[in-house]
Design a protein around this ligand. Structure first.
Ligand code: PLP
Length: 421
């Protein structure tokens, strides 16, 4: 198995004699066959081949294979957004009447998806504070609980998730742990090595890294034993809509990811375009170079903020004073990510005035980009949450989310400094 750096460049696409060195964009909805019999064999699952891009496309598959290799899984599905990825990851094993448990320190969009929209589908979730002790977390599980969900590094708070501990708690209850690994990326953390069963990504963020495409990914470790209980009939009993096949019997360790593609993607259809997958692949080719630089720059900026008398507090797990520093040392020894949360002394308006005075550091609803950017979640991404929900999600009203880019760290600090002054 090649190292991550080599996988970033060569994973997924291996051109043969005379084929393009760069991954081709198969911008085609469909694929041609020469006889009706050939096509019929595909539908009967007697032959393998591409027929319709909603189900599979060579460009998309190559990029999925690269992300799968980076995470060390048995299969990966790309989606049109990170939101779709997190929805599919949970919906693949939950149906109306089911329940799941999630960390409450997760991205606002995921918080809303789980707490409001999935509830309308009859799927309930319980939000727990990952800092609670084991017994309090255990109390959230019910007989109909189907999974546990958390983010390696939470957006926007920057809390580090104790993957090994939550894998143990999930497995104690016979359910898988799903980890959104968007901020750490497999360069800095590979959750399967700590017991997570499913990994999701908003590939919109560091994997792309240049703000060119919105996308998502779900990777299956293949490690969870779906047949050990009767909790997952969608995987362990025949699917009438798919030739009466039982996923665990027919596909073994690839049961979960096969169901994602052949049932959810077939029926819900949130595919990324081949063009977007091509752009994502370009980003992935430098992920291993960009992540260390994001971390190095963020460390410099976080240390500067911590010493700054205008700053009330800083949350960056690379600071030894940070509550999550010990967990970061364990799970993220080479660095976490470029995202820092901090608060300025003064009022909410002072925070807004500071952001308005920034020069190249830009106000955007985005993070994890080559360009340094800033956002005030309470006024922007999380404005749909009440103050109580904000607090529950670990988002202070004065929290400024700073996503440190790849510019010169001195220049980033100079821009922050002049805006504060
Ligand atoms: N997960 C995390 C950790 C995120 O930060 C985001 C978006 O910011 C998402 C999921 C949703 O991804 P997308 O915006 O690609 O739909």
């Amino acid at each position: 198995m090649p190292n991550l750096e080599t996988l970033c460049i060569h994973g997924g696409w291996k051109p043969k004699k005379g084929e393009p060195q760069q991954l081709p964009i198969y911008q085609s909805t469909t694929f041609r066959y020469e006889t009706s019999e050939q096509m019929a064999r595909l539908f009967d699952l007697e032959d393998e081949g591409y027929f319709y891009t909603r189900l599979a496309n060579p460009t998309n598959d190559a990029v999925a294979a690269k992300i799968n290799a980076l995470e060390g899984g048995v299969g990966c599905l790309l989606t049109s957004s990170g939101q779709a990825a997190n929805f599919y990851a949970v919906f693949n094993i939950c149906q109306a009447g089911d329940h799941f448990v999630t960390s409450n320190t997760i991205y606002g969009g995921t918080f809303n998806l789980f707490g409001v929209t999935m509830k309308k589908l009859g799927i309930e979730c319980t939000f727990v504070d990952p800092d609670w002790d084991d017994d309090r977390i255990r109390a959230a599980f019910r007989p109909n609980t189907k999974c546990f969900f958390g983010e390696t590094i939470s957006n926007p708070g920057g809390n580090v998730f104790d993957i090994e501990r939550f894998a143990r708690l999930a497995h104690e209850h016979g359910v898988p742990l799903i980890v959104d690994n968007t901020f750490a990326t497999p360069i800095n953390c590979r959750p399967f090595e700590w017991g997570a069963d499913i990994v999701t990504h908003s590939t919109t963020k560091y994997m792309d890294g240049h703000a060119t495409q919105v996308g998502g990914a779900i990777v299956d470790s293949g490690n969870f034993d779906w047949e050990a209980s009767d909790k997952f009939p969608g995987l362990t009993t025949p699917d009438e809509s798919y030739h009466g096949l039982t996923y665990t019997k027919a596909f073994g360790r690839k049961a979960y990811v096969t169901k994602l593609v052949s049932q959810l993607m077939r029926d819900l259809g949130s595919i990324p375009s081949p063009q977007n997958c091509f752009l994502l692949n370009l980003g992935l080719e430098t992920l291993h170079l960009r992540m260390p630089r994001h971390c190095e720059n963020a460390q410099r900026v976080a240390e500067w903020l911590e010493k700054n008398p205008r700053v009330a507090w800083v949350n960056y797990c690379g600071l030894p004073s940070n509550k999550y520093y010990p967990l970061a040392q364990k799970y993220l020894p080479n660095g976490s990510c470029g995202v820092i949360a901090f608060g300025l002394k003064g009022s909410r308006e002072d925070a807004i005035r500071f952001m308005d005075r920034l020069d190249f550091v830009s106000i955007v609803t985005h993070v994890a980009d080559a360009r340094t950017c800033v956002l005030h979640p309470a006024s922007h991404t999380h404005r749909q949450l009440s103050d109580e929900q904000l607090r529950e999600a670990g988002v202070a009203p004065d929290l400024i989310r700073l996503s440190v880019g790849l510019e010169n760290a001195d220049d980033i600090i100079a821009d922050l400094n002049q805006a504060m002054n």
